[in-house]
Ligand binder design. Sequence first.
Ligand code: TNX
Length: 471
Amino acid sequence: MPLAVVPKPVSLTPGAGAFVVRAATRVSVRPATAETARIAAALAGVLGADVSPTPAAVALELGGPARLGEEGYELDVTPSSVRLVAHAPAGLFYGVQTIRQLLGAGRRIPAVRIRDRPRFAWRGAMLDVARHFRPVSEVERFVDLIALYKLNRLHLHLSDDQGWRIAIAKWPRLATHGGSTEVGGGKGGYYTQRQYAKLVRYAASRYVEVVPEIDMPGHVHAALSSYPKLSCDGKPTPLYTGTDVGFSSLCVGKPVVDDFVSDVIGELARLTPGPFVHVGGDEAAATKPVDYVRFIRRAQAIVASHGKRMIGWDEIARVRLDRSTVVQHWRPRDRPTRTAEAAARGSKVIMSPAEHAYLDMKYDPSTPVGLTWAGYTSVRDAYAWEPTREVPGVGASAVLGVEAPLWSETIRSMADVELLAFPRLIGIAEIGWSPRRGRSWAEYRTRLGAQGPLLRSVGVNYYRAPDVPWK
Ligand code: TNX
């Protein structure tokens, strides 16, 4: 099973034989810019080869046809050469990820001709670093792992009732106090602005755009404990380390709350090169409905005033939104949503249906961590769904892409993160990248099983799901 590329490429034609990587193998790239040289060096590192200034047996090239788009590539492997062509650097990067998969943990790249480009622009994963904090080094490792499967968005859930994880210069206690614990009472943590900026750059060098979320007007207990004046009663409260939702709210209409929102979004917008800021908006059960509507309108204007586009969880579609605002669908089918109305008015939708895409759901009763409120989610459940069929009225023209959130109420280590994310996230990545036609669980499970050696070689703590034929 050598040609097991995930996500499945648009077209893949096997050839005869294989290119064998030897001690003398060299990698070249043209044109050689700082960016393309970095990609070539990464491939050379994987192959244990050197980079050559003159055309080599393994040749990377920009200048491919525009139809490849920003992220597409063409890869031709014969027993004597490997030729990777793209229109833009991201395409070269993704071609290199394909080569890594073709290699597995070995030295042979099977002869093949691949033509490839993604189906959806948005292929994301979300880490909840609020319920349990994760240090920068672990988030960087997560970026490496998701980039291997051609995901290109990392949504960071940076605040919640249990913790505030990003330093805000104008409101310092948010991080120093609000970031000082987590679910279960551990020590928590937060990112300094310098660490966050470095993480954003690290992700960008793997073609992953960071999307920061500050969850409002609910899920704000850590902020209220840091600054009681943001609440309506103004009373001091201790930090919260449980796992309830829906009990906290900013005091909508208080002038200081407007200042707070503008300061926080302004600082985040300045630190974030990507076009989006996520404002949460979910489960605001402690906010009066009229206040909720006022708040979301206000947040939308504030995000725009800082030059960004707003994203919110699907509850925000209760409000008449600007077309540029993006709705992230998550709620199970039995709960009412207005997402289709928002789509009809021109908003784009990110698909994260809880029953398929929530990485914090247990696989089955044997899973040691995770929740079950949306049901058990097997590797198959995470793969066998179609984003343009999830919500009536939200079809192909409205779907921006897919994203898999990993909420962290029960996640206490990177090993837990990896166990829940892998291998389900690989299936979400394929849904985001590969053409709809030709995708089937029966065929996918074999290709997924063939990822075993590569996953083990990078030390991923993946779930050895019994319904996958692991190599
Ligand atoms: C619902 S999904 C939440 C989160 C929880 C998650 C647990 C969403 C927008 N809100 O606050 O962490 O369920 O699965």
